[in-house]
Design a protein around this ligand. Structure first.
Ligand SMILES: Nc1ncnc2c1ncn2[C@@H]1O[C@H](COP(=O)(O)OP(=O)(O)O)[C@@H](O)[C@H]1O
Ligand SMILES: [Mg+2]
Length: 316
């Protein structure tokens, strides 16, 4: 099969950490062709979507990547498209999802472009308030201070378009920086931001539960440094093996139908103290760490799934 990966430039890829690399390695081992492009390389000609891309071979050792020459491919002829561009969700990303609408129903797209547009990673969890910590989304600074007081004087504030822990800050009622933090995150009351009750259990970790078509692939736990609340690997969180608890299985069972309806196949839930905080859909990661803990390549499961799923599309 031929798989197109719409992603960042290859210089951004960390071979022994990134989930996209694991997908490409597993797919290559199963005999598939990888075609690499960036969002800007997608185009539409006379109503048909194409990608200008390069065949890519990956290897375990330096230089890790070997590109062939540029080729133009009609996306309807491709078996699957993996959208693996890291956040932020910017205008180039938006246009990429709209171009991909052109091949809806003709090619497997992971994740569904409409689902990607609809699902802000932080706001999506708000469809399930019974599963999340107490949360407020607003630009109103007074409302934020009242909320923090309400939840016991300690909260966490986050930008809606952040990722990797960027801009996530502790918000304490008695902190003389609190007003400045809220001004910064809300653009002085002009932008909505998310405020949550502080979950003390975060010191035990933020669990990443990886899902494939609504089913659990496995989970890893990310424990923050002693001097930070953020557990993200990107900012120094450490990864440890973990199990999925019965309560976390309930969380998955509750949101899985919605994920399936939205075509969100490969998803990473963030769960702190058995409360859902985030639904990562744009380019969730964690497969290499999970594979390491389980002692087998979980990326191969995802590729095997894609092989089967891809055969269900009508090629015009
Ligand atoms: N309500 C909360 N209580 C305590 N810590 C939190 C809370 N929300 C987030 N955090 C910490 O901040 C980190 C980043 O927050 P998250 O919402 O996952 O945003 P990001 O998209 O940046 O990963 C989490 O991994 C966790 O360590
Ligand atoms: Mg997160």
């Amino acid at each position: 099969m031929r798989f197109v990966y719409v992603m960042d430039p290859i210089s951004r890829v960390i071979p022994h950490k990134d989930t996209t690399f694991a997908f490409q390695r597993a797919a290559q081992a199963r005999g598939h062709v990888a075609l690499h492009c960036e969002p800007k390389d997608l185009y539409v000609l006379e109503g048909k979507a194409f990608a200008r891309c390069r065949p890519l071979r990956v290897s375990e050792d330096l230089p890790y990547f070997d590109f062939g020459d540029y080729e133009d491919h009609r996306l309807a002829d491709i078996d699957a498209v993996f959208i693996r561009k890291d956040p932020p969700f910017d205008q180039a990303y938006l246009y990429a999802t709209l171009v991909l609408e052109n091949v809806r129903g003709e090619t497997l797209i992971v994740n569904d472009p409409r689902g990607l547009r609809d699902a802000n990673e932080k706001l999506y969890a708000m469809h399930f308030p019974e599963l999340t910590p107490k949360t407020l989304v607003t630009s109103d600074r007074d409302r934020i201070f009242a909320f923090v007081k309400d939840v016991g004087g300690k909260g966490v504030i986050k930008p809606l378009d952040g990722a990797g822990g960027s801009g996530v800050m502790m918000l304490r009622q008695d902190d003389t920086n609190a007003r400045s933090i809220v001004d910064t995150l809300t653009g002085e009351g002009s932008r909505i931001a998310m405020v949550q009750e502080f979950l003390p259990l975060v010191t035990k970790g933020d669990k990443r539960v990886l899902l494939l078509e609504g089913k659990i692939l496995g989970a890893i736990n990310r424990v923050p440094r002693k001097d930070d609340i953020r557990s993200n690997i990107h900012v120094g969180g450490s990864v440890e093996p973990t199990e999925v608890t019965p309560r976390e299985r309930q969380i998955v069972a509750t949101i899985a139908p919605r994920l399936l309806r939205d075509g969100l196949f490969f998803v990473g839930l963030d769960v702190i103290g058995e409360r859902l905080t985030e639904v990562n859909v744009t380019s969730p990661t964690g497969i290499q760490e999970l594979s390491h803990h389980l002692g087998r390549d979980v990326a191969a499961d995802v590729i095997a799934w894609a092989e089967t799923k891809a055969t269900g599309f009508e090629k015009r």
